[in-house]
Ligand binder design. Structure first.
Ligand code: NDP
Length: 485
């Protein structure tokens, strides 16, 4: 019998599901059991061509609709997404392995927030009038045209919406390629947009590995590429986009610092560290994986952290009591287990976890290392799994310098009751998305993105509009034209 997660076909182009079985089969594995639940096929060159030409053709009429009309469709899509939240959350859990306890409140819901927010902004995209005596200039905010979205595997619904919603609000069309690891959820986003009244072809989904992404990025018809992925992939995609002078948004990896001063509320700080390391089993780009704890509270912090981490419930992700799921794939699990071994070898002190859980699926116990030093591999490289490194520090000046000593700059957090210090420290940290006495909140109203190797551009908020539109300026002469001859 066909599994309920099996989509009707691999791709969604021009308002309908499309199949081409000549493409390489991509098995969809449920991470909690290792069982294959669906198969999709990578896009063939014919499918890529169909998606791009369809989107290109659909974009012009979409951009000509008023912002109010486009916004109404996006807001309707948000409503449909919320109505279908339960089924979408189950599918998200099959796609990623993340527990239903999370997916019910974090995935289709945040996708719907993006559709609603950018739907609301669509009608407000205006230019300015610049008086020049008799003459004047007016500006128009116009769509870029055909945008490509390429997603990572940790938030397949949210990533499709975080890219699709602002792109469509501005009058662009999009071809979206999900990660081959999680191909299911973006198809539902495309289906919902059609159900909400979006014209066929403005949001299309094609499956495939990096080579399909590469074909999309290098196509001369494409005006913009928005990628969520790792730094190495980001460098390749950015370079390929530069070749065609295309706009880019790069949401890449991180190794973010979370700094806890000794005056912090310990339970809140522990809560922040748990949210910033173990949500989605640590598969979150903005995670605060370098937890710097001021020496005076170190042992108290570690004791409370170990106690609360022990309360994680590993188990069937479809059981709403389960609070901690598996790694997305066997490969990712092995990468993370490799880092854990490195941590042990290089002399970090294991506080809890540290091994594969004794159960089916790709579960790793939530793991905390203490006495981590700046030069250890686990303190330098992005792990993308449930591995928290706790480092000690003495002074503010010292911790800020050490926190910034990384190629990454996605996020940063500080816990302290001293507000002057909190703002000063955040001001000195090299990071794009920061938190004070909290960690990993990502409301659609707030800009999200990194500095340094962690990325270019911002998603969400009014900032995203700037990255999916461009300004045309028009000089209007009211009198005669003077010329030299
Ligand atoms: P990857 O960089 O491996 O892949 C990202 C996407 O790019 C995938 O869809 C991938 O396809 C595609 N891709 C790979 N090579 C190319 C290429 N040459 N041209 C075009 N597309 C290509 O990242 P992961 O999927 O492994 O995701 C994990 C990474 O994503 C982590 O580093 C994490 O930090 C980052 N991330 C960043 C976020 C942010 O907002 N800053 C949020 C979430 C994750 P395929 O994998 O199918 O081959």
């Amino acid at each position: 019998m066909t599994h309920p997660a099996q989509p009707k076909a691999s791709h969604f182009i021009n308002g309908e599901y499309v199949e081409d079985t000549a493409g390489t089969p991509i098995p969809v594995i449920y991470a909690a059991t290792g069982e294959q639940i669906a198969t999709v096929h990578a896009a063939t060159p014919a499918i890529v061509e169909q998606a791009l030409s369809t989107a290109k053709a659909a974009q012009k009429a979409w951009a000509k609709m008023s912002g109010t009309e486009r916004g109404r469709i996006l807001r309707r899509a948000a409503d449909i997404m919320r109505e279908r939240n339960h089924d979408l959350s189950v599918l998200e859990t099959y796609d990623t392995g993340k527990p239903l306890q999370e997916t019910l409140v974090a995935d289709a819901t945040s996708g719907a927030d993006a559709l609603e927010y950018f739907g609301g902004l669509a009608a407000s995209l205006t230019g300015e009038h610049i008086p020049l005596g008799e003459d004047w200039v007016y500006t128009k905010r116009e769509a870029l045209g055909l945008c490509v979205g390429i997603g990572a595997w940790n938030y397949p619904t949210q990533i499709a919406c975080w890219k699709g919603a602002p792109a469509l609000a501005c009058g662009n069309a999009m071809v979206f390629k999900p990660s081959e690891t999680t191909p299911l959820c973006a198809l539902k986003v495309a289906e919902i947009l059609i159900d909400a009244g979006a014209p066929a072809g403005v949001f299309n989904v094609v499956q495939g590995m990096g080579e399909v992404g590469g074909a999309l990025v290098t196509d001369p018809r494409v005006d913009k590429v928005s990628l969520t992925g790792s730094v190495p992939t980001g460098k390749k995609v950015y370079a390929a986009a530069a070749e065609g002078m295309k706009h880019v948004t790069m949401e890449l990896g991180g190794k973010s610092p979370l700094i806890i001063f000794d005056d912090a509320d310990i339970d809140n700080a522990v809560g922040g560290a748990i949210n910033g390391n173990f949500y989605s089993s640590g598969q979150v780009c903005s995670n605060g994986t370098r937890v710097f704890v001021q020496k005076g509270i170190k042992e108290k912090f570690l004791a409370r952290l170990a106690e609360r981490t022990g309360n994680a419930i590993l188990g069937d992700p479809m059981d709403e009591a389960t609070s901690f799921g598996p790694m997305v794939t066997e490969n990712q699990m092995n990468i993370v287990l490799g880092y854990i071994e490195k941590g042990k070898e290089e002399g970090a002190r294991l506080i809890c976890g540290g091994r594969r859980a004794d159960m089916d699926g790709y579960f790793i116990e939530p793991t905390v290392f203490a006495d981590v030093t700046d030069d250890m591999t686990i303190a330098r490289e992005e792990i993308f799994g449930p591995v928290m490194s706790v480092l000690d520090f003495d002074t503010e000046e010292e911790v800020v310098a050490r926190a910034n000593d990384t190629e990454f700059g996605l996020s940063a957090g500080v816990f302290t009751k001293d507000f002057t210090r909190a703002h000063r420290v955040i001001g000195n940290l090299e990071a794009g998305s920061c938190f004070i006495n909290s960690y990993n909140d990502a409301p659609v109203e707030a800009p999200f993105g990194g500095v340094k190797a962690s990325g270019v551009g911002r998603e969400n908020s009014k900032e995203a509009i700037k990255h999916f539109s461009q300004v045309k300026s028009v000089y209007v002469r009211m009198g005669d034209v003077e010329a030299a001859f």
